[in-house]
Design a binder for this molecule. Structure first.
Ligand code: WTA
Length: 655
């Protein structure tokens, strides 16, 4: 870990704000008002039955936690259950069949509401359809859909028949999809004809077909007709129309397949530092219990609420807190296909008012955009239905926090700044809204039952106030079971003691830099390794860079994020004999779009004779970040070629 740059602060406006107690109005009705942490501490791991008991089990579990070889743990061993049953059937039995499960708002203003009963019916029919195509228990089904109701329906249909799903974000390219289909050995794909992007009908089916063509095995594809007349399409070999399939199984019900608690519910691909996507495997019982428990404890979700997480289901946030957590709790979850600024910049606030949304969960980058657009948009609407606000995905700076608190929450909604990862399955660090004071800029304390240590490179804890690596010291029910490619890589990537023996018995390495403040609150400082967040998802710089160096004539590339937070800036050095040109720049842009997706297209490509490197040859991205963001340069003493940074800066200044 020697030359890794621990990134300096995501907190652009300096010091934290002062502490803010939970608003009185919220306290009066909060679900959790007494801190569960002490009783969890005294009763660990048995305390986690509080989460297990939120579910309905076919066979009860024998124990809460069974020690395996670290870091492999079995949660609720002996228990069997079905996730779709827990998200659907049991709510019908509980007399909530006519309650809305999903309110969907399409990009073109279309609206659909599914009651729990409607959702149950279509999930059963599609589950029967998948079976008729040959899908069996444990077959991985890849789902490549935008934010349409068929996406959660397909996920739940898979869960019902015990087939793990692998949802691939719809904006990813054909080649990224192919890699994921191949890696998961998936022989089934659910996709659509297309979807609207900036008002144009965009062809998704073609991307999916290109992916399937480059996969070594046969893939049966189900195509959802999203666009109708706007994009007429024909079905080819091994392709089936979603509606026809569902109609062919109208009225059929499928007995939910009982799954062992530790059987795989899904795999979710996320980026690794080596550039190869990692298939993070989540189990059934521990995961579902954990997302339900955290949705209730942290987001205060109750069955009576209308709850909106404005993320994409293509990433973990949507899996845990649009689909599984809220539906397990029997609440109404909002599914929004569009963007926040179409038809106007008050679109989200119009929706919150019309649907009387109680709880709203989004990313800080969205909050900063709202802040830039100004208060006139939220002030056009009555947002008084809101009770709680949340953020996830990156640190929220105190200024944006305050704006969100004042202008969206009207000073009456607590904000939970929730830290977690694809691998943690659900939230791990946050305030509990009816218990803890908020501290803008700091995420909060470890949730009940979670142990956190911030450690130095030798694996021992650093003092309060010092920056180090964020590690989790105890297992928790939502944690990933392994990586799809195998246990070895899981060990290498996450188990700190594996690479740093001094770290002790068990320690999960998150890859984030953080510090524990004097009051025990944890401030997250960003990724400690070379990872950036685009379209809400982590990508390793390596993934984008390897796409760029695939362009003929390119020698090396380094990418960093610019001032917008999701704008990629690429620094590219060329092979001898190749000169910078507009055509070459275009090839770089096209290559990134082709191999990753449009959202990863660099905002700017800067050609440079060399990249700044340490003596051991490691690219110093931190300095490129400083240059990109117009910040004073950090320490350049470790550089082999310090003069290059000045050269790059003047190149940029001349542009
Ligand atoms: C970052 C998304 C600061 C962090 C749920 C983490 C955060 C990565 C926060 C995981 C937060 C997430 N404050 N940083 N509240 N929440 N992160 O796997 O760097 O897409 O490691 O999961 O997002 O991203 P992932």
């Amino acid at each position: 870990m020697d030359e890794r740059d621990v990134v300096a602060g995501g907190d652009t406006d300096d010091s934290h704000g002062s502490r803010v107690p939970p608003p009185q109005g919220f306290l009066e009705q909060a679900t959790v008002t007494e801190d569960p942490r002490p009783s969890f501490e005294n009763n660990w791991p048995a305390c986690w039955s509080a989460a297990g008991d939120l579910l309905e089990w076919d066979d009860p579990y024998d124990a809460v936690l069974e020690d395996g070889e670290p870091p492999f743990y079995d949660w609720f061993p002996g228990g069997t259950l079905n996730a779709a049953y827990n998200c659907l059937d049991r709510h019908l039995h509980a007399g909530r069949k006519n309650r809305a499960a999903i309110h969907w708002e399409g990009k073109d203003g279309e609206r659909r509401t599914y009651t729990y009963r409607d959702l149950y019916v279509e999930v059963n029919e599609f589950a029967a359809g998948l079976r008729s195509l040959g899908v069996e228990e444990d077959d991985v089904v890849t789902i490549y859909l935008p934010m349409v109701p068929e996406l959660p329906i397909a996920m739940l249909a898979c869960a019902r028949i015990g087939a793990p799903h692998s949802v691939v974000f719809a904006g990813l390219s054909a080649s990224a999809l192919a890699t994921r289909i191949e890696a998961a050995g998936s022989a089934y794909l659910v996709t659509c004809d297309g979807y609207y992007r900036r008002g144009d009908a965009f062809n998704q089916q073609r991307k999916a077909e290109n992916a399937v063509l480059s996969v070594d095995h046969d893939v049966e594809t189900v195509v959802v007709d999203r666009l109708g007349e706007a994009l007429p399409h024909v079905l080819g070999r091994d392709q089936h129309d979603y509606d026809t399939l569902v109609e062919a199984h109208a009225g059929e019900t499928i007995t939910p397949v009982p799954r062992e608690s530790n059987d795989m519910l899904f795999v979710m691909y996320t980026s690794g530092t080596t550039g190869e996507p990692k298939g993070v495997v989540h189990g059934t019982g521990g995961y579902l219990a954990y997302v339900a428990w955290t949705a209730r404890t942290v987001l205060d979700v109750t069955p009576e609420d209308t709850y909106w997480c404005a993320a994409d289901i293509g990433w973990i946030t949507g899996h845990s807190y649009i689909v599984y957590g809220p539906l397990a709790l029997g609440t109404t979850t909002v599914l929004y296909e569009g963007t926040p600024d179409y038809p106007d910049r008050d679109r989200l606030w119009e929706l919150i008012e019309r649907l009387a949304v109680d709880i709203f969960y989004t990313a800080p980058t969205a909050v900063r955009a709202f802040m830039k657009w100004g208060t006139e948009y939220p002030s056009r609407h009555d947002l008084s239905s809101l009770r709680l606000l949340g953020t996830v995905g990156e640190p929220i700076n105190p200024r944006a926090w305050q704006w969100y608190y004042d202008h969206i929450g009207g000073g009456e909604c607590p904000i939970v700044d929730t830290w977690w990862q694809t691998e943690t399955g659900g939230m791990a660090i946050s305030t509990i809204p009816g218990v803890d004071d908020m501290h803008p800029g700091a995420a909060g304390k470890p949730l009940p039952g979670i142990g956190v240590d911030v450690v130095g490179p030798d694996g021992t804890a650093v003092e309060a106030g010092q920056t180090g690596y964020l590690t989790l010291t105890r297992p928790w029910p939502g944690m990933a079971k392994t990586l799809y490619s195998g246990d070895d890589r899981f060990l290498q990537e996450y188990w700190l003691a594996h690479s740093v023996p001094e770290a002790g018995d068990w320690r999960y390495g998150s890859g984030d830099a953080a510090r524990v403040d004097e009051d025990g609150y944890i401030t997250i400082l960003g990724r400690a390794d070379d990872v950036l967040t685009l379209a809400g998802q982590r990508f390793s710089t390596m993934e984008i860079e390897s796409a760029i160096v695939g362009v003929e004539g390119v020698a090396e590339a380094a990418v960093v994020v610019g001032p917008e937070g999701d704008d990629v800036h690429a620094y590219v050095s060329l092979e001898g004999g190749t000169e910078p040109s507009a055509a070459l720049e275009q090839s770089v842009l096209d290559r990134v779009e082709l191999s990753i997706g449009r959202f990863a297209r660099p905002r700017r490509v800067v050609f440079t004779p060399e990249l700044p490197k340490t003596r051991s040859g490691k690219i110093m991205r931190r300095l490129l970040e400083d240059v990109t963001n117009g910040k004073p340069l950090g320490d350049t003493s470790a550089l082999r070629n310090p003069e290059i940074v000045g050269e790059i800066r003047s190149t940029i200044d001349q542009e």
